[in-house]
Design a protein around this ligand. Sequence first.
Ligand code: PLP
Length: 399
Amino acid sequence: MNLSQEMLELGSKRSVIRELFEYGKRQAAIVGAENVYDYSIGKPTVPAPECVKEAILSLLETEPSDVLHGYTSAQGDLELRAGLAAYMNASYPCKLHADDFYITCGAAASLAITLKALTAAETDEFIVLAPYFPEYPVFIRNAGARTVVVPPDMGKFEIPFDLLAAALTPNTKGVIINSPNNPTGIVYPDAVLKELAELLRRKSAEFGTAIYLISDEPYREVVYDGITPAYIPAIYENTIVCYSYSKSLSLTGERIGYILVPSHVEEARAVYAAVCGAGRALGYVCAPSLFQKVVLKCLGETADISAYDYNRTLLYDALSEMGYDCVKPGGAFYLFVRALEADAVAFSEKAKAFNLLLVPADDFGCPGYVRISYCVQPDMIRRSLPAFRQLRELYSNEA
Ligand code: PLP
């Protein structure tokens, strides 16, 4: 067939997460929805905060249809970009301007656009740290660059600096980080980020190149135990932030986020112009007008993060007590658990027999682990605990 083989392949196979999610729906029809423990997908269950509804209702009352539902400037409404700059300047150690922001259709768009904007040659490389969000290599390939994977720092899941240092070359265009992290829930402490900044500065100087840090931050506000998320551009000057309201405001389907290119980024104005060009070339046109106005009215608000914190404690404590080896999450809403056999795909298959849907982390570049997405109803967690116990016993009996 005369089609793009690459796109054909990409579109023909569902992600492991989607496969499990679809399996869960089929299984629910057989055994009843209450007997399927679907931990597959990272879709917020906590409702969007009240301010979202209030903003929509008041906008519907006050704004004309062409403003609410029409095109905006390609880079987003000036009002929102100015509001964002003022909000960030009041919240973090920064001096941002409206023109540093480019409004997008969520973090996926932010990443795809940024990677496309930065890629100048097919030899360009972007480094991802395993375990990583499986769409990164897809976006990097589409941008025309190469993905370089740094293997995971098993058990601790912070940054393996020796391996990262070895992966940095004169072809390195950028390093993607994601803290709070999907799938580990790890939040990098300031000391780790400072060490990263020093390494990138040293390597940039050694190679005579700009190495951009692409900070993928859809979980920035989803943090626990009083953690304050770092403002990463204040730690490493060449940071481009890819942000999204999907998780912080529970708006996954509305597709709204932004790219932040602070003025201290190397060649900031050119990078910003290339971001505008990449958004255009990728056909995004503009982000949804209504939700640009909604997020402006909701700056500083979040969904009820404490609900995820409750789930985190419930699941982490129960599974740890049963003998599962879990990474303690400081943020996001995922629990990363060592599979009870080396092959996490086989482990996930066995878990299905107990109607437990756990995502093997092989596609995240981290075999031997599963991801448990705990943005679910706490009642489901409670009902699922006997199944986790039975799964554990299955392996104890085999030993
Ligand atoms: N990056 C990470 C790490 C994610 O987990 C997700 C979504 O789950 C995204 C990016 C994409 O988010 P969005 O819905 O904003 O496109």
